[in-house]
Design a protein around this ligand. Structure first.
Ligand SMILES: C[S@@+](CC[C@H](N)C(=O)[O-])C[C@H]1O[C@@H](n2cnc3c(N)ncnc32)[C@H](O)[C@@H]1O
Length: 444
């Protein structure tokens, strides 16, 4: 992918620049200080917790999601109507797309993680399904379960061997085969519910940045869990019908696409808004957190899982950098220099490369947004700042300055909440909270 320089004058001078200071970080803080304001009320909306009790969205635990009400809030603030087109470049479970559908606004949404794109595509289908069909199919499949051969899944991936007891693994694989006999949309709906029970039926727990093995946790029976999910789905379908009525809704267009390259997306017209949240440069690896789901349906073996790991945005520690990748913003150069000098105190020596790769990727993403959006289009993007070995990275401000260079106007940087750090880091570096911000930009 081509890498355009957004800061050519700085890059020419950068070899002479002094390091080991916070000059650049102080500069960007001062530059954007008049656009920054706290709206801590929004803090609870930038987490998925608000979705847990909502019909349909609560059926899948995508813990990196933001809340339905966050999207509603920005649909209102941006005064979006059914004449608008919302683009969601990092759709995750599809919160933005589903909320747009509720507001009768057309949406195009993409994600590079197949399980995310699948869930985002399936969630809007629930509304169209008869609950009685769900029950009937479940009972039929349950009655024949013992006859199904266990489905092929990616058993060569190490976590698959540790995650399940052998009986549960066989039962899950039989359910997978049984579901494959259905036709759509029921098949996808069952598959989504099936993927949602893998964690409760396993010894794994999605815990912060890790998928941990917890031998002492309670394990649920796949058939019972699936039955519970079917009950919940039934309630949710009835609930959403009572809220939405029979009015025809615009199904969102969900695609498995890399946000760094949008040339193959055919937008019905130019998008007028983006409401999104990208991965953060915090070492988080979606292909590990969702490895069970991926191994059951989206990758055939470890090789494919690894290939996927290297194809997502470089927010995690195994990200590779290319020979021509270099810090593409003065703040990143400053932080990377300092971290390289302190490599002994860094808990992972690959952190500087991850930061370089992440900001190169995000500059491509932002340039693509500028290219595809309509003039006047508005963007609301949730981002977390990060800190490594005590060095703060103001992700919100670096991305905002990149956006400005591309041609966006930075309208606001809303501080939604402050996050602490690990207690270990707190002890070492003091209690400096980090911003979780909503950056608001406009294409002018
Ligand atoms: C913070 S999550 C977004 C959650 C979403 N707002 C929701 O409510 O579910 C970031 C998403 O970016 C996706 N992602 C990672 N690399 C990507 C890429 N290169 N292109 C598109 N999406 C990518 C991840 O799979 C993840 O679903």
């Amino acid at each position: 992918m081509k890498q355009l320089s957004l800061f050519p004058e700085w890059e020419e001078k950068s070899s002479e620049k002094s390091t080991n200071s916070c000059d650049e970080r102080q500069r960007v803080e001062a530059k954007f200080s008049n656009l920054m304001q706290e709206e801590l009320r929004l803090g609870k909306l930038v987490s998925y917790v608000g979705n847990k009790s909502l019909p349909i969205l609560g059926l899948y635990r995508y813990k990196e999601a933001f809340a339905f009400s966050f999207v509603e809030e920005f649909i209102k603030r941006f005064r979006l109507t059914d004449q608008d087109l919302i683009f969601e470049p990092f759709c995750g479970m599809g919160t933005t797309a589903f909320t747009a559908m509720q507001a009768n606004i057309q949406a195009v949404a993409i994600d590079q993680l197949p399980v995310a794109a699948f869930v985002a595509k399936t969630i809007p289908l629930f509304w169209r399904v008869e609950p009685s069909e769900l029950f009937h199919s479940f009972e039929v499949l349950k009655g024949q379960l013992h006859k199904f051969e266990p489905a092929e899944v990616a058993l060569d991936v190490a976590i698959m061997k540790k995650a399940f007891s052998s009986e549960i693994l066989t039962e899950l694989r039989q359910w997978k085969s049984a579901i494959e006999t259905l036709s759509n949309p029921l098949k996808d709906i069952f598959l989504m519910l099936f993927l949602s029970i893998l964690e409760p039926c396993s010894y794994t727990a999605k815990d912060g940045q890790f998928l941990r093995i917890k031998r002492d946790k309670k394990i649920y029976s796949p058939t019972e869990m699936l039955q519970q999910k079917i009950y919940q789905a039934r309630q949710d379908i009835l609930h959403i019908r009572s809220l939405w009525g029979n009015k025809k809704r615009k199904l969102p267009d969900i695609q498995l696409v890399d946000a760094r390259d949008l040339k193959n997306i055919k937008f019905p017209r130019k998008p007028t808004a983006i409401i999104t949240s990208p991965p953060y440069p915090n070492r988080y690896d979606y292909t590990r957190i969702y490895s069970l789901e991926l191994c059951f349906n989206f990758v055939k073996n470890f090789e494919e899982l690894k290939a996927l790991r290297f194809s997502v945005l470089r927010s995690h520690i195994e990200s590779k950098i290319q020979d021509n990748d270099a810090p593409n913003h003065p703040v990143i150069a400053e932080v990377v220099d300092i971290l390289k000098q302190q490599s002994k105190t860094l808990n992972n020596p690959r952190i500087p490369n991850m930061l370089v790769g992440y900001f190169v990727d995000m500059s491509l993403v932002i340039q693509e947004w500028y290219r595809v959006l309509a003039s006047g289009a508005k963007i609301a993007m949730v981002v977390d700042n990060v800190r490594f070995a005590g060095e703060l990275v103001p992700v919100d401000l670096v991305l905002s300055e990149m956006a400005e260079k591309v041609g966006f106007k930075v309208k606001e940087i809303i501080i939604a909440r402050y996050k602490g750090n690990s207690s270990q880091q707190m002890g070492k570096y003091g209690r400096i909270p980090m911003r979780e911000s909503i950056v608001v930009w406009q294409k002018i």
